[in-house]
Ligand binder design. Structure first.
Ligand code: NCD
Length: 310
């Protein structure tokens, strides 16, 4: 049963295991259906607003591809400067207006909590494509889809999450989702960029196995999946601190080949320096397949929240 009809997608912690399984199955079905056809007409006539107040390549373009492949269309913007925000309009007024035009709203904004604020105003479903250093649930769902596709299952996977765990919104949403699959989580970050302690403590209180270390090679030995992330430059107030931390972890081909040749490597992208390009053609380098999975996963979300799947 589709319990996502009319729902907002705001936070990785909002999903039940049943909802996650439903999203994965619908995404898988769309992937299969697109093998025989360029597009479907399930959301014919539907209009999606893609409101991107912060830079984006994959999230915006895969949302746009998703609505097009479902037979709908898209309006929106990719930077706030070209909108009335530049004249001082509030987020609330922008959302209230766009809500008059469309059926679905996908948005990204630099402020934590902005998607929740938008959802309180909008009558149509709001899908959070990233709110500052807060949450990025649609990314976490496509990450889940990718682990399932690459390994054949998610239950019991040991996932090493590495990089900027303090500011990375994809990992904040991800851990809320992996906890439904009895995954073992290993957090690898420099001291200054550790996963917020309230997140770690909550996971442990829920019975999830969590380990924290600064030693990436040691963590890789026991990993099934490495989830590499970018140091989030735009969240630093001190540019020198960023310079000091930016190359904290760099995954090389040699590391994979010598430590764990069966490693599956994910990265939400964009990559800066944290994975050398010679990793890209290893069998386990899944990050561009992961980007492609964003289309199927976002198609599933758009169809489900629209209530077009029962
Ligand atoms: C991520 C984001 O914007 O949070 N990218 C994405 O959506 N694929 C990760 C990042 O910017 O580092």
């Amino acid at each position: 049963m589709n319990t996502l009809k009319g729902q907002d997608i705001l936070d990785g912690s909002q999903f039940s295991r049943d909802q996650l399984d439903l999203i994965m199955n619908v995404a898988e079905d769309f992937k299969r259906r697109l093998e025989n056809s360029k597009g479907l007409d399930l959301l014919k006539g539907y209009v999606l607003a893609a409101l991107f107040f912060e830079p984006s390549t994959r999230t915006r373009l895969s949302f746009e591809t998703a609505i097009h492949r479902l037979g709908g269309s898209v309006i929106g913007f990719s930077s706030a400067e070209s909108t009335s925000v530049a004249k001082g309009e509030t987020l609330e007024d922008t959302i209230r207006t766009v809500d008059q035009y469309v059926d679905l709203i996908a948005m990204r904004h630099p402020a934590i909590g902005s998607a929740v604020r938008a959802a309180q105003i909008a009558e149509h479903p709001v899908l959070n494509g990233g709110d500052g250093a807060g949450q990025h649930p649609t990314q976490a769902l496509l990450d889940l889809y990718t682990i399932r596709a690459e390994r054949g299952k998610v239950d019991g996977t040991t996932i090493v999450l590495c990089g900027d765990l303090k500011n990375g919104r994809t990992v904040h949403s991800g851990v809320e989702i992996y906890k439904h699959y009895q995954c073992k989580l290993v957090f690898v970050a420099p001291e200054q960029l550790r996963m917020p302690s309230e997140v770690t403590e909550k996971l442990i209180a829920q019975g999830i196995t969590v380990e924290e270390t600064t030693d990436l090679p040691a963590a890789l030995k026991k990993a099934d999946v490495l989830y590499m992330t970018r140091i989030q430059k735009e969240r630093f107030t001190d540019p020198e601190e960023y310079e000091r931390l930016k190359d904290s972890y760099i995954l090389t081909r040699e590391m994979v080949e010598t430590i764990n040749p069966r490693l599956i490597v994910l990265h939400p992208l964009p990559r800066v320096n944290e994975i050398t390009t010679d990793v890209d053609n290893l069998a386990g380098a899944a990050y561009f397949r992961q980007a492609r999975n964003g289309v199927f996963t976002r198609m599933a979300l758009l169809a489900l929240v629209s209530g077009k799947i029962s």
